[in-house]
Write a protein that binds this ligand. Sequence first.
Ligand code: CDP
Length: 202
Amino acid sequence: MGFTVAIDGPAAAGKGTVSKAVAAHFGFAHLDTGLLYRAVGRKVIEGADRLAAAKALLAEDLEAEGLRTPEVAQAASQVAVDPEVRAALVDFQRAFAARAGGAVLDGRDIGTVICPEAQVKLFVTASPEVRAERRYLELAATGHEVTREEVLADVIARDERDSERATAPLRPAEDAVVIDTSDLSIDDAVAAAIAAIEARRG
Ligand code: CDP
């Protein structure tokens, strides 16, 4: 079995940034599992059936343009409530986790459901206001016309839906190391993640 790092946390907590930096540092492959749900959500917006879309998902669908919009994020969290959609996406994620050379997967249920045997589990979080501000700046920088209020409402709505769903709700695994990035710089958050991984790697 490969070395797996599971990174979970709420919307816009910095999981993506931390995951990419950690993967680069250790030479691991990285999978942003949110893209799976975003790709299915986008197909549903375009009129597809969600389960058919999940079953037919291809790796190249994750490269599609336009997956980072707030509309697609909302659609993603709606399809993500469906246990059959989630089940259809499990094999792809587990195969990625098991690849030789190590893997980092970030999402909501990686440490709890997808890879409960992961060698390292991190739960990256921050206050809703900090997360919304970061996501607002990200979206504004990439040309999306959104207000701070809209982004905060989106983040809160998704957190609620993700935390309250019956299947694979968002929560830290019992043995996860929690990293609250509210008052951390990117460098500090990445350093905390690297330290946690090094501690488990021995
Ligand atoms: O980037 P951000 O944190 O805003 O969201 P994301 O990680 O791209 O995930 C988008 C949505 O997909 C989330 O709000 C969840 O509803 C869903 N998701 C999930 O249910 N399980 C995962 N492992 C990853 C994402």
